[in-house]
Design a protein around this ligand. Structure first.
Ligand SMILES: Cc1cc2nc3c(=O)[nH]c(=O)nc-3n(C[C@H](O)[C@H](O)[C@H](O)COP(=O)(O)OP(=O)(O)OC[C@H]3O[C@@H](n4cnc5c(N)ncnc54)[C@H](O)[C@@H]3O)c2cc1C
Length: 393
């Protein structure tokens, strides 16, 4: 049996960060992963440019049953510390909307940086290893049986991520281990994910596929102002992905297609100035023609402004400022960027990520019930939680 100080299951963002920090402290660290490559999600993230953090990271950007849990980690290892590491490596990056930071060149830069750091501190990474059994002898004495070897370690860290994109190696492993150790799970579902529509809506709106509009999208008392995108399956785009993490099956989603315009004021003034103008002319100056002709009947679109009734005006305003749709579901883990829910954080120390009832057992990253917004928040959670555990394992 091979002896180690620390074994980490999962060579993703959180596992690598934890390993680096533990390695810096002189701990003998081994990472085991069943995939054939470390950091696959880092590589595919941000459209290949890895949105590695955000200038505006705060606890409010995370969803959890315990909204306080993430506070300690994100303040002890914050976005500025990760940015400093990125700058030390001379990785060129840029800011996009809402403080999101992306690599100029490639996500590979972030993964190479992490692998280089891991190597510097003698972290060993073994890939293509499936874990067959995990057991605990006593506190700080854990056994791990992989497809090739048996190991013993003082600290066992589960960094196996969530359920999104099974093709990339996602598995329910972390939740199963949590259950084995008597921990409860906040029920999981796909987050940051496109919506699918009921058949009648799908048939009506699939012709809008490819249209993108800047909107305010609301559901469940949350709202996001960003683009939405009509797709041949339903609705996507950043505002939809964001709201999907707050949406529950059966909820309506409300879309304000004109977040920066008061249609009421605009119609009132245009009725006075151009009473002969037809409705279609004014609406197609504001929104894509295909969207306008899908949301309204030809009869109303061809109506002269001066002949619109109050009822019709209210309908038009409501249709564009408060359009509601009830998605029939989401595209699920196949395309989701994250998993909502996960291991109940109340059972862990927010300072160390150690399980309260099992000394030496840690959970970090997405496997926990901490779900970030779109925009680099999920990686920051992985870096922060991994860093914290790395100080104690
Ligand atoms: C398409 C896509 C794009 C994304 N883009 C961004 C972005 O730009 N910015 C952002 O902040 N977030 C992004 N995310 C989310 C982000 O990738 C995750 O939140 C983050 O990777 C979680 O880190 P983690 O280390 O907890 O888990 P992961 O990175 O998922 O790592 C888990 C590791 O555990 C391994 N593993 C799983 N099961 C087992 C098992 N049974 N045995 C052994 N090993 C196992 C996996 O192979 C994997 O290597 C994106 C996600 C996706 C899917």
């Amino acid at each position: 049996m091979k002896q180690l100080d620390v074994i980490i299951i999962g060579a993703g963002a959180a596992g690598l960060m934890c390993a680096i920090e533990a390695g810096k402290r002189g701990r003998k660290v081994l990472i085991l992963d069943h995939a054939n490559k470390a950091g696959k999600k880092i590589l595919m993230s941000g459209g290949g440019r890895c949105n590695f953090t955000n200038y505006n990271v705060e606890a409010d950007n995370y969803i959890s049953n315990n909204p306080h849990f993430c506070k300690s980690a994100i303040s002890r290892y914050n976005q500025w510390q990760f940015i400093e590491l990125v700058e030390q490596y001379g990785i060129a990056y840029h800011q996009r909307e809402h403080g999101q930071l992306f690599c100029d060149h490639s996500s590979k830069d972030i993964l190479s940086m992490l692998l280089n750091e891991a190597d510097k501190y003698n972290v060993k990474i073994l890939l293509n290893r499936s874990i067959q059994l995990i057991s605990k002898k006593t506190d700080n004495d854990y056994r791990v049986k992989s497809s090739w070897h048996q190991y013993q370690c003082c600290s066992l860290v589960i960094a196996s991520g969530g359920l999104s994109i099974p093709k990339m190696g996602a598995s329910p492993f972390g939740y199963k281990i949590a259950e084995q150790f008597g921990l409860d799970i906040i029920s999981t579902s796909a987050g940051l994910v496109p919506f699918t529509l009921h058949q009648h809506d799908k048939e009506q709106f699939e012709k809008l596929s490819g249209i993108s509009v800047n909107c305010i999208v609301s559901s469940n008392n949350m709202q996001f102002k960003e683009n939405i995108l009509f797709t041949h399956r339903g609705l996507s785009g950043p505002a939809i992905l964001q709201i999907s993490s707050y949406w529950q099956a059966g909820d309506e989603v409300t879309i304000n297609f004109l977040p920066d315009t008061s249609l009421k004021d605009l119609l009132s003034s245009t009725i006075l100035q151009h009473p002969q103008q037809i409705l279609k002319t004014i609406l197609t100056q504001l929104l894509p023609k295909r969207l306008v002709t899908t949301l309204f009947d030809t009869s109303i679109l061809e109506t002269k402004l001066k002949t619109l009734s109050t009822l019709q005006i209210n309908f038009i305003i409501n249709q564009l400022h408060n359009w509601t749709i009830k998605p029939n579901g989401t595209e699920g883990y196949r395309t989701a960027e994250v998993t909502r829910g996960g291991i109940n954080c109340n059972q862990l120390s927010s300072k160390t990520m150690q399980v309260n009832t099992h000394q030496g057992l840690y959970f970090i990253g997405e496997v926990l019930d901490v779900t970030g917004w779109l925009g680099g928040y999920n990686f920051q959670w992985a870096w922060s939680s991994g860093w914290c555990a790395g100080q104690y394992v």
